[in-house]
Unconditional design. Structure first.
Length: 242
């Protein structure tokens, strides 16, 4: 596997051309009789978290396509990841920092349950992870991958190691979740969810579907009761006996 490296390019073109642009800072007025066009209505660029300089103990996939998702077996029901941000945690039952991170990942899954899917991946036997989970509940998806296919693709050299992947398959956060220099917090996850166009598109689709269902129910309520078949007369109340 060829290691992925992060390339940082710094351009000085803006500095070289800034003086020229400053000479004509006022926009030219449109010709007489010509209407000015509408303002640029293009959507703003997504506000993803900035990448911080830190030791990843893995290949740097930040801003790049994540490796193909691969596990041998889900120990809990496989989640629906469509239109949701995915958090992958490479961990092990014997790892102290991994155990320390579990409550925090539990909390993230609970808070962002509609937009975030957390998946813990261990390379240990299923029986060991299941036994551990009885004492320390993982309130998110659990899976095993003894061959470490995805872990090797990421180049994980230390655990716990987390990837947060947006709906377009790009890694938006990566690293040791408890690192003081770049700790994985609710604010970071919230920023990724808010910036993700795929999450927003799913919300809009679900809202439109709910609205359509509401209209259908309202239409059914407004319909008059069906008339009885020709020749039939409605039952009349019987007079009380004397």
């Amino acid at each position: 596997m060829n290691p992925w490296t992060r390339t940082v390019c710094v351009s000085t073109l803006a500095a070289l051309t800034g003086a020229c642009a400053a000479q004509d800072s006022k926009p030219a007025a449109p010709p007489a009789g010509e209407k000015q066009g509408p303002a640029d209505s293009r959507p703003a660029e997504p506000n993803w978290p900035a990448f911080k300089s830190k030791n990843l103990y893995a290949n740097d996939f930040r801003g790049k396509k994540a490796p193909d998702f691969s596990v041998e077996k889900f120990l809990t029901p496989e989640p629906d990841r469509r239109g949701k941000v995915v958090l992958i945690d490479f961990w092990a039952t014997w790892c102290g920092p991994c155990r320390e991170a579990i409550p925090e990942i539990n909390a993230l899954q609970a808070k962002f349950k509609d937009d975030l899917v957390c998946i813990g991946i261990s390379d240990e036997p299923a029986s060991k992870v299941e036994q551990f989970s009885k004492k320390t509940p993982l309130k998110y998806t659990s899976a095993i991958d003894p061959t470490k296919r995805m872990s090797k693709a990421v180049g994980v050299g230390g655990i716990p190691h987390v990837l947060i992947i947006s709906t377009d398959g790009i890694v938006r956060w990566q690293g040791f979740p408890l690192m003081d220099e770049d700790r994985l917090t609710e604010a970071v996850v919230q920023q990724i969810i808010d910036a993700d166009p795929g999450v927003r598109a799913r919300h809009e689709k679900e809202a439109a579907k709910d609205k359509s269902k509401g209209k259908a129910k309202s239409g059914d309520a407004d319909k008059p009761a069906p008339a009885p078949p020709a020749g039939d007369t409605p039952d009349q109340p019987k007079a009380p006996g004397r």
